[in-house]
Design a protein around this ligand. Structure first.
Ligand SMILES: [Ca+2]
Ligand SMILES: [Ca+2]
Ligand SMILES: [Ca+2]
Ligand SMILES: [Ca+2]
Length: 611
């Protein structure tokens, strides 16, 4: 509008030919005659400045004063940059006009050549011809140093304010308690170094809206978003922060989430948590994940039927797949080569055939509470087994499937079995020649139907304790054909209802018990027959065996650190101990022949010391 009122000043004068300066009459004239020439002998009397005319005919235009004519641009939004399409030529700036042009939107003071151009909002704030973009050429250009939280009713304005200055975060971005339906309010965020936390957003149904070219480091936590349907909006993210020590994907309690895609390109994690996702049927979306250096858990997903999105996974330090009651097949885990701990339970899986590629379970295989697991077949390539725990599996009938793991030759840690009501023996472990840990059968829980130790026929050495407790139907040690050395041996017969007398026969090669040989609470044990090969033990404890008459069976014993036999009310014969050549403290109670202890002590050249 201003331009239309000012432009006529020169244009109209010229167009109407009202007058032309310095014609032949040497005076300003109104005719439109000959071209202007200079007449220095008859100069015009004056030369009013800034009308663009050589009024005094001296050949100089507007020479007496400043400024000269210039172009002026309207700056209606007051941002210091004018509208280049609406210039005005004048000696002085008209109202609201400035000398600087280049405003590409003179109605918006946030848009001008020096403005911050937020990424991804579709607006070219800095007038360079395009909206800013993330990536190697586009950003982040301004990084906020610290954590950022957008929460509740102020989330939108806080995000918008942030985006007027920054497009990167050296910290964690938390979005919580918002009314957002997507993440477009965060469309300026090109990079977050430490993680993206999206939690408790009632309306959020998609993660779309983040800018193209974004990079997210270390952590993505998506928890408790009741409307979240899909994570596909994260597709295209560059996942950074590898080896930072806390790289984590944590997705839990998003009850309608069905699509876990969007994590392509993520190759390494320290922790993966996929938990309590009530609607999830397929675990897809991690096609490039090859390694989890701490733990991966898939737990409490009631509808999960497939884990086909983990096809690249080769190495996990701890893998827990538990309580996914419809998960019958682990068909996406065929490339898994090694784990530290592998824990399975509460799924519909019937065997271990989906672990056919597994070469090493370095710490422990735990099979716990598996309602459909009847057999353990499938570990056909296993070369190392670091430990074994099998407990509370209602339909597991035998361990024979573990013969597939025979290449391992031994078990590098503790073996524990209890509370498998259909399991009657250890058949299937007949490739185990050593256990570098404890063997605990029964322990604090029942091994109810357990009837024999058959299955351990190749076991030669147990470095830890061999413990058999609460085994109601076991009546001997048969099966331990070649066991020659254990750390400790505790055979505990508490509450044993069997009418067959318990005997210690079945371990004819046992020569050394390094720490403690503990025989107690056997309702029917009468002698220690069966231990004839034993020549060395640390502590020998014989306690609370109501029917025990003699220690016959220990005739080969030559060295013991301590000997304690107490509360065996029928014990009368300890003559088997006369072969001892080295013994430490002795404490004997022989109710059936009170003279026996003194005679033995004298023969051994020691005195009684009781604890
Ligand atoms: Ca402007
Ligand atoms: Ca502007
Ligand atoms: Ca922009
Ligand atoms: Ca721009």
């Amino acid at each position: 509008m201003i331009s239309s009122t000012l432009r006529p000043f020169t244009a109209v004068v010229s167009a109407l030919g009202l007058w032309t300066a310095c014609a032949d009459d040497k005076q300003p004239s109104t005719d439109s005659g000959a071209p202007v020439t200079t007449d220095t002998a008859h100069p015009c009397p004056s030369d009013p400045t800034c009308n663009g005319i050589d009024d005094d005919c001296d050949g100089l235009v507007d020479e007496l004063a400043e400024p000269a004519m210039a172009l002026w641009y309207p700056d209606l939004d007051g941002d210091g940059f004018g509208d280049p399409s609406a210039s005005v030529e004048a000696c002085a700036p008209p109202t609201h006009h400035i000398a600087v042009a280049d405003d590409c939107d003179d109605a918006d003071p946030m848009v001008h050549p020096e403005a911050w151009d937020p990424v991804g909002d579709g607006v070219d704030q800095d007038c360079d011809g395009a909206d800013a973009v993330c990536g190697s050429t586009g950003g982040p250009r301004s990084v906020y140093d610290g954590d950022v939280t957008w929460t509740g009713a102020t989330a939108l304005t806080n995000a918008a304010a942030f985006c007027t200055e920054f497009d990167g975060i050296a910290g964690t971005l938390t979005i919580t308690g918002t009314a957002w339906t997507d993440l477009s309010a965060a469309s300026c965020v090109c990079a977050v170094t430490d993680g993206l936390v999206v939690t408790h957003n009632a309306s959020l149904d998609t993660l779309a809206g983040l800018p193209t070219g974004r990079a997210i480091g270390r952590i993505v936590a998506l928890t408790d978003n009741p409307a979240l349907l899909s994570t596909a909006g994260l597709d295209g993210t560059t996942w950074t922060g590898v080896s930072s020590g806390n790289e984590r994907l944590d997705i839990r309690r998003n009850p309608v989430l069905t699509d876990l895609s969007g994590f392509g390109g993520w190759s390494h994690l320290d922790q993966l948590h996929i938990r309590e996702l009530d609607a999830l049927t397929h675990l897809s979306g991690l096609p490039d994940l090859t390694r989890v250096t701490e733990s991966a858990e898939l737990r409490d997903n009631p509808l999960l039927t497939h884990v086909d999105g983990l096809t690249s996974l080769a190495e996990v330090v701890e893998l827990r797949i538990e309580d996914n009651p419809r998960l019958a097949h682990l068909d996406g885990l065929g490339n898994l080569k090694s784990t530290g701990y592998l824990t399975l339970g509460g799924n519909a899986v019937a065997d271990l055939t989906d672990f056919g590629g597994l070469k090493a379970i370095d710490d422990r295989l735990t099979i716990r509470g598996a309602p459909a697991l009847t057999r353990l077949d499938g570990l056909v390539q296993l070369e190392r087994l670091g430990g074994l725990r099998v407990e509370e599996n209602p339909v597991l009938t035998d361990l024979t499937g573990l013969r597939d793991a025979r290449a391992a030759e031994g078990i590098g840690g503790t073996v524990e079995l209890h509370s498998n009501p259909m399991l009657t023996d250890l058949a299937g472990l007949d490739w185990v020649t050593w256990v570098h840990g404890d063997v605990i059968l029964g322990g604090s829980a029942d091994l109810t139907p357990f009837q024999s130790l058959h299955g351990l026929e190749q076991l030669e050495v147990v470095t830890g304790a061999f413990v058999v407790q609460r085994v109601l139907l076991l009546d001997d040690l048969e099966g331990l054909d070649v066991l020659r050395e254990v750390g400790s041996l505790r055979i505990d017969g508490t509450d044993q209802p069997t009418t067959d007398p318990f005997q210690l026969v079945g371990a004819p090669a046992l020569e050394v018990v390094h720490q403690t040989l503990d025989i107690r609470n056997h309702a029917t044990l009468t002698h220690l027959t069966g231990l004839e090969a034993l020549h060395t033990t640390g502590n020998l404890l014989v306690l609370d065996n109501p029917m025990l008459v003699s220690l016959d069976g220990l005739d080969g014993l030559r060295a013991a650190d301590t000997l304690i036999a107490l509360r065996n009310p029928r014990l009368q014969d300890v003559s088997a101990l006369y072969g001892l050549q080295a013994v430490g403290d002795v404490c004997l109670d022989v109710p059936g022949d009170p003279t026996e202890p003194d005679a033995l002590l004298a023969a051994l050249g020691t005195t009684e010391v009781c604890p």
